[in-house]
Design a protein around this ligand. Structure first.
Ligand code: ADP
Length: 606
């Protein structure tokens, strides 16, 4: 472990301690006491044996035995209680950590979500550590503390034995050279064990690393196999054969890694046992000989021998856990790098002007944009102006940049060149959260969640029931709601609530529209909102559009031109820029892309 490794470990522990002071206190107490307790027994037992040998009074002996027992009992009780306290926290540690990491995703710049390297930072830390990054760090740090304290106490007990000068009549057994020779022998064994343990910890982590790629892939395939979403396609196309083959290959590849982990573990255990037996033998020989010549008492043989064995065991544990802590520090680094990801995006402080008339002027000035990590502009030199309160349709072929235009307007991404202004101010200067409140968007790939209908519509636990029902009616779900036994309290889907209702794609789309209406934002943006609707529902949406939108600005995106006729202002997108603008009547007259699209689609629909 170098300084940087300790720094990241410290940072993870420090962050955790800030909110978990009691847990950390119990963690330290249980680990330090866990290290000291065996020595207290050993020392007291040594004293008891000496007392027996000296044929002390029975009372004295009973008192010594009872105090050894009492101290041990109290210490064990404290260790038990503090461990319990600490373990309770550990139980949901991994889940809570995953929650914190995922929550961070919500707060970071949107573009990071599409950056594979950054997402790997999040996944790597979690997948590498079976207790979570914090849990695993605490686990090995606990072992380091316990074994470290144990080594120090053992040295404290043993130093007098080795440094005490013995009179010459004890011969070579009492000589300093004999002590030095023995210490050198034990030292060599301990050092060898220490180095090997570090090596095995590294190898083990490497082996886990090797398997982690396969484990992630396996998880993907297993989720696919069991997931409702993929079942229809899998069954219809019989794709499970591919999954089976892939799984077999992954198992085959993973086998080597797993075998390596097992082999290393067995070697490590064997080596640990062998070195501690050998050093145990040396220690008993040494202390036994000293007792034989009368240099130390029988009680001291017990105390010294047990302390030395504890010392040698602790060195081995210390080496193993430092090795593991070092490997865990890589996961800590990923974790910290992810949690510390700053915002690249400039976030201003200007509040959004509160306007009763909801009139906002939006301007795109020379806007160009390319997605991060790509080379081509998907929005090119876009100049555009519109006023809130207007209904505007955006049409164009697939891939012409319509959705990207919306993402820029909502500031999911920032423009690469140029500037977007609302009421004359660059949108980057506005307070980001307030700016978000301007928009209610029904994205093409919207998501509803396994909460109740009401909670989905209100996007909150507090549901204004009248307002929610009104939004649902306006989105065309009035009749459907009347037939639901639990009304707004009906749960969506069966993922979490077995009595939930599985709604059709069209119904869900209407709910997504209702959620946008409920938000009551000045801008209502709908990206292909009728894609999953049947023709009658689609007509209902157009017919009710005015009522639905009220005085808001509505942006209606579609590649089906027929669905946009009701908007007076139609923008035609092509290759990332607006190539035509006007009403349907004007645009069909012009010799342009709109007429081409219109004619092609009219033929198709006739
Ligand atoms: P439309 O909504 O008109 O169908 P989009 O705005 O979704 O078009 O896409 C415009 C272009 O941007 C397409 O060529 C698409 O492949 C590309 N694109 C969309 N999203 C991303 C992304 N996250 N990363 C890179 N390119 C993207």
């Amino acid at each position: 472990m170098n300084r940087q490794d300790w720094q990241v470990v410290w940072r993870v522990i420090f962050d955790f301690s800030k909110q978990n002071k009691k847990t950390m206190l119990s963690f330290f107490i249980s680990n330090v006491l866990g290290a000291i307790t065996p020595f207290i027994t050993v020392v007291l037992m040594g004293k008891l044996l000496d007392a027996v040998q000296r044929q002390e009074e029975t009372n004295e002996l009973i008192w010594l035995a009872l105090s050894a027992f009492g101290i041990q009992f109290v210490l064990q009780l404290i260790i038990y209680r503090t461990k319990e306290w600490y373990n309770q926290k550990l139980e949901y540690m991994k889940e809570m950590e995953a929650y914190r990491l995922n929550e961070k995703s919500l707060l970071m710049d949107y573009e990071y979500l599409e950056d594979i390297e950054i997402q790997e930072l999040r996944l790597r830390g979690v997948s590498k550590t079976y207790l979570g990054v914090v849990g695993q760090t605490l686990n090995f740090l606990g072992e380091v503390i316990t074994s470290g304290v144990s080594i120090s106490v053992a040295i404290g007990i043993l130093v007098p034995m080795f440094t005490k000068k013995s009179p010459p009549e004890y011969g070579w057994i009492g000589s300093i050279w004999f002590s030095v020779l023995l210490l050198a022998g034990i030292g060599a064994l301990v050092w060898f064990n220490y180095r090997r343990s570090l090596f095995y910890a590294k190898e083990e982590m490497k082996a886990y690393d090797k398997i982690s790629g396969e484990s992630n892939q396996m998880k993907y395939y297993l989720d696919m196999l069991a997931g409702v979403e993929s079942q229809k396609d899998l069954r219809n196309y019989g794709q499970q054969k591919i999954i089976e083959t892939e799984m077999e290959q992954l198992c085959e590849k993973g086998k080597n890694g797993i075998a390596l982990v097992g082999k290393n573990l067995r070697r490590k255990i064997w080596l640990g046992n062998a070195t501690s037996n050998l050093s145990g033998l040396l220690i008993y020989l040494f202390t036994g000989l000293r007792a034989y010549v009368g240099l130390i008492s029988v009680g001291q043989v017990v105390t010294y021998a047990a302390s030395m064995i504890q010392f040698s065991k602790s060195v081995s544990t210390f080496a193993g856990s430092v090795g593991w802590l070092k490997e865990t520090s890589f996961a800590c680094r990923d974790y910290i790098d992810y949690m510390d990801l700053g915002k690249k995006k400039y976030e201003g402080t200007i509040p959004i002007e509160k306007r009763r008339d909801n009139r906002f002027l939006v301007e795109f000035e020379q806007v160009s944009f390319r997605y991060p990590g790509t080379q081509t502009d998907v929005i090119r030199n876009l100049n555009l102006k519109f006023v809130i309160g207007e209904k505007m349709a955006i049409v164009g072929k697939n891939g012409s940049g319509k959705t990207t235009f919306i993402k820029l307007l909502c500031r999911l991404y920032d423009v690469t060149e140029g500037c977007i202004k609302v009421n004359g101010i660059d949108i980057r200067k506005y307070n980001y959260a307030e700016y978000q409140r301007l928009f209610a968007v029904v994205f093409q790939d919207f998501r509803l969640f396994a909460f109740s209908v009401g909670e989905n519509i209100a996007a909150s636990k507090q549901v204004d029931r009248l307002r929610a029902m009104d939004a649902l009616k306006r989105a065309g779900l009035g009749e459907r709601m009347e037939h639901l036994r639990d009304g707004l309290d009906t749960f969506i889907g069966k993922e979490i609530h077995t009595d939930g209702v599985v709604f059709s794609g069209g119904e869900k789309q209407k709910m997504a529209i209702a959620r946008a209406i409920y938000k009551d934002a000045p801008f209502l943006i709908m990206d292909e909102p009728t894609a999953a609707l049947d023709p009658i529902s689609e007509c209902e949406v157009y017919a009710g559009f005015d009522q639905m939108v009220g005085k808001k600005t509505a942006l209606y995106i579609s590649h089906r031109l027929a669905s946009c006729q009701f908007c007076e202002d139609i923008l035609v997108f092509d290759q990332g820029t607006v190539v035509q603008r006007g009403s349907h009547e004007q645009l069909v007259k012009e010799d342009g892309i709109y007429r081409k699209l219109w004619t092609a689609q009219a033929q198709y629909y006739c």
